[in-house]
Write a new protein. Structure first.
Length: 116
């Protein structure tokens, strides 16, 4: 089992944008609903968005609706999260996983820090 690899995080000012990428392994990737999750310091890990295997159905947490866009490229085994109009409260480590998440499939995550 190879863990997913997230990238694209960084430090950005409020109002800025970042695009996160997650390369996931496995021959079944194309058939899985994939999600982005985040964990802020001292808080639980929460779902941010998820996308079905065909990319035709998406879900967004209320806190990111209208600002974040999830997408996927099955040919590249990659899931993306475009984050616009970032706010300081978006600061967290961002992870991708199947949805619902598998406990043995968490990667290292990518840190997103939004300064005010």
């Amino acid at each position: 089992q190879v863990q997913p690899v997230e990238s694209g995080g960084g430090l950005v000012q409020a109002g800025g944008s970042l695009r996160l990428s997650c390369v996931a392994s496995g021959r079944t990737f194309n058939y899985l609903t994939m999600g982005w999750f985040r964990q802020a310091p001292g808080k639980e890990r929460d779902i941010v968005a998820h996308i079905n295997w065909r990319g035709t159905s998406t879900y967004y947490a209320d806190s990111v609706k209208g600002r974040f866009t999830i997408s996927r490229d099955n040919a590249k085994n990659t899931v993306y999260l475009q984050m616009n109009s970032l706010k300081p409260e978006d600061t967290a480590v961002y992870y991708c996983n199947q949805h619902p998440p598998r406990s043995d499939y968490w990667g290292q995550g990518t840190q997103v820090t939004v300064s005010s």
